[in-house]
Design a protein around this ligand. Structure first.
Ligand code: ATP
Ligand code: MG
Length: 276
């Protein structure tokens, strides 16, 4: 099982879109295609369908709302894992809700009161998410992180994940968000090393999305260059398409629409590079 956290310390830099897209494309699979520069097509490696669990670790619950995930009981969300005082082992399997989008996709929802867990500060609470994932019947776990500078939610994700995929827009806040996130990952690694515990967390790279359309502006190019200096940008840059927010409002997957294919193709190429 591979566990990936999607993280940035800036808001609105496409963390949720990246997490949902990676999870859904891994669940659906992709037949792949060869590059065709004449037609402006980049290569997409084939993606075999995986059993995926998408975890919403943001109290604002954007992934939960987008995927219209509703647990049978209101308490059955990721906060139940972080608040488990006894033994969280195996909890994720019980809380994962089947998605109507794809048979291979399950979602562990978030709820507003997840933010209470941030202030409780129980001993070892940040290890519970990792514990909860043991025995989970999945090939891939994707965690949509909250817009936080470190803190208990981020620490939980860091302990549970083997790789961090940064999300960024081609803008100043995209750059700032990755800069801050990298600082947090570095501090985590240093603390683990000081404890003599190996933290295997790796940087998968940065998924960059444009907010502009047409030719890249100077400021976009500049931001992308700055991001490249921080961590590898996983090509291609995801284009901006208005259908993405439109279908999200309706609780739908943009990849099901012809107009959404350019964004789906970009994320499919990214999935081909990031998922084992
Ligand atoms: N490729 C795209 N084209 C157009 N709009 C997009 C694209 N990707 C994401 N968006 C829109 O941009 C907005 C912000 O994206 P998203 O919610 O993924 O960011 P976020 O980093 O998760 O934000 P937050 O910090 O609030 O968690 C959303 O309205 C989303 O639908
Ligand atoms: Mg989000």
């Amino acid at each position: 099982m591979q566990t990936l956290m999607v993280y940035s310390e800036a808001g609105g830099v496409k963390k949720t879109t990246t997490a949902v897209s990676v999870a859904m494309i891994a669940a659906e699979g992709h037949e792949g295609r060869a590059a065709d520069p004449d037609k402006g097509l980049f290569a997409i490696a084939p993606v075999a369908p995986r059993r995926v669990v998408l975890i919403d670790l943001d109290p604002r619950a954007a992934t939960t709302k987008w995927t219209r995930t509703e647990p049978a009981e209101a308490w059955q969300h990721v906060g139940a894992i972080l608040g488990e005082k006894d033994d969280a082992t195996g909890w994720a399997e019980d809380l994962a809700v089947q998605s109507s989008w794809n048979a291979n996709l399950r979602v562990i929802p978030a709820a507003r009161d997840l933010s209470n867990r941030e202030s409780e500060r129980d001993d070892y609470a940040e290890l519970r998410l990792k514990q909860a994932l043991s025995g989970l019947e999945a090939d891939l776990v994707v965690i949509d992180c909250a817009n936080r500078q470190g803190g208990p939610l981020t620490l939980s994700a860091l302990h549970a994940s083997e790789a961090v995929l940064y999300a960024a827009t081609a803008s100043d806040s995209g750059v700032d968000g990755v800069t801050g996130a990298q600082r947090t990952v570095e501090a985590y690694r240093r603390h683990m090393a000081a404890l003599g515990a190996a933290s295997g967390i790796e940087e998968a790279g940065v998924a960059v999305t444009r907010d502009g359309t047409g030719f890249l502006s100077f400021s976009e190019t500049d931001a992308i260059e700055q991001i490249r200096e921080l961590a590898p940008v996983i090509e291609p840059i995801v284009p901006h398409l208005s259908i993405v927010p439109e279908v999200r409002m309706a609780g739908e997957w943009y990849g099901g629409y012809r107009k959404g294919q350019a964004v789906r193709d970009a994320y499919a190429a990214i999935v081909g590079k990031v998922i084992r």
